[in-house]
Design a protein around this ligand. Sequence first.
Ligand code: FES
Length: 134
Amino acid sequence: MDQNTAYAICAFNDIPSQRAIGFHLMIVGEDGRPRPWPIVIVRWGKQVFGYLNRCPHNGVNLDWERNQFLDGNGTLLLCGKHGATFDLGSGHCVDGPCKGESLTPIALAVLDGDICVTGVTLVEDDETACEEEV
Ligand code: FES
């Protein structure tokens, strides 16, 4: 396994358009040890965007209620702790205590109808199921 491997996380159609879903994955860190890698994947029409599920303000998960990632209009990512909002396409914080900072983007690819992560070495479970709670 190398950094060029693409790991299927869920089917493209498992995430409805204008929804975001979090995944609690494990990757092999630089020291060769597994470490948690929580991510959020947003789908918008035919596009998908992925970010580390970590607010640049306090380093916490964005979804204070599980899989609640979007603001009331469904057009911005929202941190449930202090209400920072982030542009869906860039991860840039547009308002809140970390305004001007950004979420950390992750590399995604859609291959054969699956949303895949690339550029990391994933610790694969027997089942990397889509946690569908939308
Ligand atoms: S921890 Fe996200 S806005 Fe404060």
